[in-house]
Design a protein around this ligand. Structure first.
Ligand code: DC
Length: 227
């Protein structure tokens, strides 16, 4: 099975690019951030203070059933204990919770196990923070997608406003910097480019240009095997 790893910080455009390419190539797309978000949502709902009580959060996650399914249009749906929570995981509170919960090794081990199983079943494009470094160190292609924090915050802010959320640019930038630091300084499987990844900077590139660029890297690496 072919595995394409797309890593990078939040707001770099990983999910939109991965989704578009998965569709073009006929691969399944796995957004691993959604799993950490679902785990965080479960803890927040149970009023567990993830940051200050990681032991309780880890225990709670050990009982959770986190599952990925696909809608009729091919979009990824995320289920927590058989409930579709896809529409509830994109709030700022869950974003911070996901970043905090992703520091807990036992939580990562559980979710990585699910991710590796998905990779055994079909060709995948998987996006996250540690796909090329930890989940699939043998991935066929590894891309590290990034942009300046202002650019990423600007895009995320626009996205949130379009979804009807009321949040300021400064709040989004602050959250993003918190998560960047948290995600890249944690001890276990931190956010960093794999040594054999191709760095793609997306500042100033349109969505189409980014897709083009990543697609050409994939085709260059895999040739006709990609299809
Ligand atoms: O990609 P995202 O913004 O939805 O991810 C939410 C959080 O989950 C992110 O701040 C860090 C964590 N995460 C991770 O640690 N490893 C992954 N493979 C994916 C996400």
């Amino acid at each position: 099975m072919i595995k394409i790893a797309i890593d990078g910080p939040s707001g770099a455009g990983k999910s939109t690019v991965s989704k578009a390419l998965a569709k073009k190539l006929g691969y399944i797309y796995v957004d691993t951030g959604a799993m950490y978000r679902a785990a965080a949502l479960g803890c927040i709902t149970a009023e567990i203070d993830i940051k200050n009580n990681p032991e309780r959060a880890a225990e709670m996650v050990s009982y959770m059933n986190i599952d990925i399914k696909y809608g009729d249009d091919g979009s990824q749906l995320i289920f927590l204990d058989r409930e579709n929570v896809t529409d509830f995981i994109r709030t700022p509170e869950v974003s911070i919770g996901a970043s905090d919960i992703s520091k807990i090794p036992d939580v990562r081990l559980k979710l990585v196990d699910i991710q590796r199983k998905l990779g055994e079943q079909s060709n995948v494009i998987m996006d996250g923070r540690d796909i090329g470094t930890y989940v699939f160190p043998d991935a066929d292609v590894k891309i590290f997608l990034t942009a300046t924090d202002e650019e990423r915050a600007r895009r995320r802010h626009k996205e949130l406003l379009e979804k009807g959320q009321t949040v300021t640019f400064e709040e989004v930038l602050e959250d993003m910097r918190y998560r960047d630091k948290n995600d890249s300084t944690r001890a276990f499987a931190p956010l960093k480019p794999a040594e054999d990844s191709v760095l793609v900077e997306t500042d100033g590139l349109s969505f189409e240009e980014t897709v083009e660029k990543v697609q050409s890297i994939i085709l260059e690496r895999l040739g006709q095997n990609a299809l």
